[in-house]
Design a protein around this ligand. Structure first.
Ligand code: HEC
Ligand code: HEC
Length: 467
């Protein structure tokens, strides 16, 4: 299992870095000085058959290439997929990997979206919940080197198996350093994506041995967002940089192994169905009764102090899709600033993704999206960098721990708080301690709950549990 995580965990997602201006008329493009809070305008998205979309996610070939199935079974043995209960070869591997046919006709294994986008809550696997217990804080250099060596040795340099694996394996080796993060539980998807772009030709997505640009050295990670909020969003990622067509944005993980843009086109055709599946996802409901009187009081506080950014809930929900300037929200600016400067930027907007229809593009901003709060009780840790373990600490910045360690017990969650059970530490030492003093991991800002009384905060949290 550990090995599986090492490799499948390397799988990444998107998130690219974009141009600072836009030709797209549907965006409200305010001058920088006025962009304290601005709204992202609606963009129609294709949709399809949710059932087909789900099947594609759990059987499909969107990652393009991977480890030859036979070698995989020999090395890791068989598992039973008791989560997705799939059929055939996929029924004999863990839920977080797919067995599929590669471009070269070989059966291969690679991670799927649920490596990062599924997690256990209250003993149940919840699809669409971000997995904050994957660890990316150790180097994978040695592992990827061994894997490359194993495939080559097992099949020989002239084999179709090696051909199938090579584009993925060589890439893994070259980018292992880009995927190490320096705090527990955070995910380097943005960095993985940036690294995949470096090794692809923008026009036809073919692999290139020499990188297009140097991958910036500093590695950092973020919390994995929930997928059930996708249906409300007009732009993706924490800074709203994922714009335009969602099929292209969502299939970004294909760059981990896809042969070229013709293979990518075939993958893209399945993604209207994937969008349809994502659109019908619902957050898990809070599992124990909530004091309704208290929650009602919380609702009126929410309407006064939170709704303008996070939207309204209930019968007629409204979500405003706002990006809030760094100076206003005050949370750690590193991610937003990094994204604005990344060399992956120009690559994406010149690439197959942006230049062929349906077009997706990248437009980072000087701020963060105020996310929908559906199912917020279940998605700790909080903020884009996962620096705050509980909702109470999010709503009272004085209570946020500088150094903290989550409970060792796997899947432990504090339903009452709600949030992650944690211990405060005296220093940032140790791989298991979240250190908010490191660049990119600050827990400052978003002080909108600080002026509430303890009773008001309690009521507000009761209300948030009902969303
Ligand atoms: C390596 C882990 C990983 C894998 C694999 C992965 N993702 Fe993600 N995903 C992330 C992280 C981390 C983010 C947040 C990125 C950001 O905003 O910088 C994200 C963001 C997203 C978002 C945007 C959410 C939002 O609210 O803005 C969607 C939608 C999404 N992923 C869907 C998928 C799909 C579909 C797949 C499979 C094709 C996939 N992801 C594979 C880690 C992963
Ligand atoms: C001026 C706009 C604004 C107001 C007002 C505001 N928020 Fe936020 N909120 C944001 C932004 C932007 C983020 C994302 C910040 C980040 O991740 O760095 C956020 C993040 C959050 C998160 C964490 C989400 C997650 O998935 O980690 C919660 C919970 C939250 N806000 C609740 C509230 C509550 C409750 C109130 C009212 C007391 C409130 N917010 C008021 C803009 C706002």
């Amino acid at each position: 299992m550990k090995w599986q995580y090492v490799f499948t965990g390397l799988l990444g997602l998107l998130v690219v870095i974009g141009c600072t201006h836009s030709r797209h008329a549907y965006l409200l493009d305010l001058p920088e000085s006025e962009r304290v809070i601005y709204r992202i305008f609606p963009q129609p998205q294709p949709t399809g058959d949710p059932q087909k979309g789900f099947e594609y996610l759990v059987y499909g070939d969107y990652v393009g290439n991977g480890i030859p199935l036979k070698l995989y079974q020999k090395t890791f043995g068989s598992a039973q997929d008791s989560v997705l209960k799939r059929e055939g070869d996929n029924g004999r591997v863990a839920y977080n990997v797919n067995v599929f046919e590669s471009w070269y006709g070989e059966k291969v294994v690679n991670g799927n979206c649920f490596t990062c986008h599924a997690a256990v809550l209250e003993g149940q696997m919840v699809l669409g919940l971000g997995n904050s217990s994957l660890e990316f804080n150790r180097s994978k250099r040695l592992h990827t080197a061994i894997l490359n060596w194993m495939v080559k040795r097992h099949y020989g340099k002239k084999s179709p198996q090696w051909a199938a694996f090579r584009e993925h394996g060589q890439w893994l080796k070259a980018t292992a350093a880009a995927t190490i993060v320096d705090n527990p539980g955070v995910n380097p998807a943005l960095r993985i994506e940036e690294a995949t772009l470096a090794y692809r030709q923008p026009a036809d997505l073919s692999f290139r041995a020499e990188p297009n640009f140097e991958i910036p050295r500093r590695a950092f990670g973020v919390d994995v967002p929930p997928l059930w909020t996708l249906k409300k969003k007009q732009a993706l990622y924490y800074n709203g940089m994922g714009r335009g067509d969602f099929t292209k944005l969502l299939m970004q993980a294909c760059l981990l192994g896809i042969h070229d843009s013709s293979a990518a086109r075939r993958v893209q055709q399945h993604f209207p169905d994937v969008i349809a599946w994502l659109q019908q996802l619902e957050p898990p409901s809070y599992p124990i009764p909530v004091d309704t009187q208290l929650a009602l009081r919380g609702k009126s506080i929410f309407e006064q102090q939170c709704e303008k950014c996070h939207g309204s809930y209930g019968e007629k929900p409204f979500y405003p899709n706002k990006i809030v300037h760094l100076d206003e929200v005050g949370t750690d600016p590193y991610y937003a600033l990094y994204a604005l400067q990344s060399p992956g930027n120009a690559w994406y907007n010149q690439s197959w993704f942006a230049q062929t229809p349906p077009k997706a593009y990248s437009k980072p901003s000087y701020g963060y999206v105020a996310p929908p709060l559906d199912g917020i009780w279940a998605t700790a840790p909080y903020l884009h960098n996962g620096s705050v373990p509980t909702l109470e600490a999010l709503l009272d910045s004085r209570k946020r721990p500088t150094y903290w360690q989550r409970s060792k017990q796997e899947g432990a969650y504090d339903i009452q708080a709600p949030g992650l059970p944690y211990r405060e530490k005296a220093s940032g030492a140790g791989k298991r301690t979240y250190n908010t003093r490191l660049p990119g991991y600050g827990n400052q800002g978003h002080t909108y709950g600080d002026t509430l009384s303890q009773a008001e905060r309690k009521a507000l949290i009761a209300y948030l549990k009902t969303l």
